[in-house]
Design a protein around this ligand. Sequence first.
Ligand SMILES: *Cc1c(COP(=O)(O)O)cnc(C)c1O
Length: 384
Amino acid sequence: MELSYILNHLGETREDYFNAVSPPVIQTSNFSFESVLDFRTKISSEFENHVYSRGNNPTLAILRKKLAALEYAEDCLVFSSGVAAIAAAVMGNIQSGDHIVCVKSAYSWTKTLLQNYLPRFGVSHTFVDGRNPDQIATAILPNTRILYLESPNSIVFELQDLKACAALAKQHKLITIADNSYCSPLFQNPIVLGIDLVVHSGTKYLNGHSDVVMGVLCGCRDMIKKIFYSEYMNIGHVLGPHDAFLAIRGLRTLSLRVHRSHQSCSDLVTRLQPHPKIEKIYYPFINEQQSLAVSQMKGGGMFTLALKVDNKESVIRFCDSLQVFLLAVSWGGHESLVMPVVTFYDIPGQPDPELPWNLVRFYIGLEEPEYLYQDILKALDSIS
Ligand SMILES: *Cc1c(COP(=O)(O)O)cnc(C)c1O
């Protein structure tokens, strides 16, 4: 389906609402029926009908159609956060006694789900280095049900060969789930590569304005329907209609935003590479996995600098010297951000992270790249 059609028209039956160009926010909890018979028919198949907004809502339906089409999926569900979508995808496909193989550098709350939460229900896991297909294969046990992937992952941007992982999983009858937040559906489509379920933190590129927390789960109709009737309806982590409206508005400019972010990011990486205060730049298209990156993904707007410094104070000085980049978690909005790993060091009562303290992650937003470059240069000067 044509990208412009998806972003501007798909799912929008304008004749149903006065031919308004912008869709209505159907701010309702429930829907009424013409007769008891009508009531009975609709409540017996809630997946297909409008009964209650912890189920279907017409504003969300527009968003779901667009997101499913973007990921080449038959259907999708939207959630009130990315981790809600991740939890639903995982919990919808396991039972007590099952085992999950997951990449070891997955999003922090994905790991927490596997490490702290699911063991209470008798579900075990093995974390693997996803760059190494042999390690994934070796970790598969007779009771493994899910292979959970995130390519690339945050901070050091390690990739998994999605096509090879999907093929391996099929041999062992595993369900594959891939977190595709980094790339957005415009730069990578795991379902096309054979993955079963794709999850997104819609908070990031998809909404793209740092004003909505949202999750997305895409897959075939049967798997989505099954999750609708279990995790989605039982846990009830639904997105509100107004947030869905904002996300539809965000999608109008998805293509402009992610291409701008990617282009500026790759320009900055090229210009920063020779700087003497930079030990290494982590970015999928220049590292050891460059050829895999080129073969399965088309872009992304984050990189991480490993600073060439010998103490944490220098990293802190560098980050505090940045004036344009906001110090914050998250990414994918209009504004450029910086997130240093050193933030997570020396917190009383908490173990230090496994990642080295000299790593500083950048998200490149929509500002002029020269403006961003000068800001980073000035901050590098402060530690030279
Ligand atoms: C932010 C993020 C999540 C979590 O999404 P929320 O919307 O914050 O719940 C999951 N995966 C990745 C890669 C993320 O960046």
